[in-house]
Design a protein around this ligand. Structure first.
Ligand SMILES: CC(C)(COP(=O)(O)OP(=O)(O)OC[C@H]1O[C@@H](n2cnc3c(N)ncnc32)[C@H](O)[C@@H]1OP(=O)(O)O)[C@@H](O)C(=O)NCCC(=O)NCCS
Length: 209
């Protein structure tokens, strides 16, 4: 009887969390009022950079400390005028036009970024997909990534893309579910470029109707 009650409690909690997730999360353009929560997440060990992890988080903390306004401005770089990007092997590459949005439900829940080349769907080999995202570990499994990707697709359409490509690791089931929930279709298995360690990857495509 007690076990049954516990199962019901678990289901009820999941339903509530799911509902709160869908209703309460929005994408925000990073602004001064969000910065303290973003810094707290970085200091807790989370990173918006799925490839470079903690190292990228440390760099962002220094940039925020040095010049918070410049850091926030750099997250809306529609001309791709920012400094080169650092890749996982330490090499650098030209920065593409990009925007970043933060997942927000009253506090920082994660980050989602869009990057593109004007006038084409093509991306340079060092750029793994048009969209990348990460949810802070303590806000996962609330439907936030699925909602965030859905909210980012109109931004991709607005910059002229007829579709977006998103890549994931073959073992990243959660990310694959996020993409598929937004209409993504697997287009190929591929090997990541040398800068990313020549590991296997999956490439999905979402048509923007
Ligand atoms: C992948 C990630 C963004 C998912 O975020 P999230 O907000 O927890 O995802 P959602 O709550 O929207 O869940 C999406 C789906 O994945 C499932 N899922 C979530 N975490 C899972 C896990 N660890 N294992 C299996 N499935 C999982 C959910 O149940 C849901 O499936 P459903 O549609 O069948 O219900 C998050 O785990 C993360 O930030 N991971 C590290 C960074 C990363 O991998 N980014 C993607 C790089 S391509």
């Amino acid at each position: 009887m007690q076990a049954l009650a516990s199962v019901f409690r678990h289901i009820a909690r999941s339903l509530v969390l799911c509902l709160v997730g869908h209703l309460g999360m929005q994408l925000v353009r990073p602004a001064p009022e969000h910065l303290a929560s973003y810094v707290a997440a970085l200091e807790d060990g989370w990173s918006a950079d799925n490839e470079r992890g903690v190292e990228a988080a440390r760099e962002e903390l220094s940039r925020i400390q040095a010049d918070p306004a410049a850091f926030l401005a750099s997250l809306e770089d529609r001309e791709g005028t920012g400094p080169p990007v650092t890749l996982p092997d330490g090499s650098t590459a030209r920065r593409l036009p990009s925007i970043r949005r933060w997942l927000w439900d009253g506090e920082l829940c994660g980050s989602i970024g869009l990057r593109w080349q004007p006038g084409t769907t093509a991306l340079p080999p060092h750029c793994l997909g048009h969209i990348g995202y990460s949810v802070v570990p303590w806000k996962r499994r609330l439907g936030y990534a699925k909602s965030a990707l859905g909210l980012m697709l109109p931004e991709a359409k607005a910059v002229g893309l007829p579709y977006v490509e998103i890549t994931t690791d073959p073992e990243n089931i959660a990310s694959q579910r996020v993409i598929e929930a937004n209409g993504g279709v697997l287009v190929e298995h591929f090997i990541k470029p040398q800068q990313f360690g020549c590991k296997p990857g999956l490439r999905f495509r979402i048509m923007l109707t």
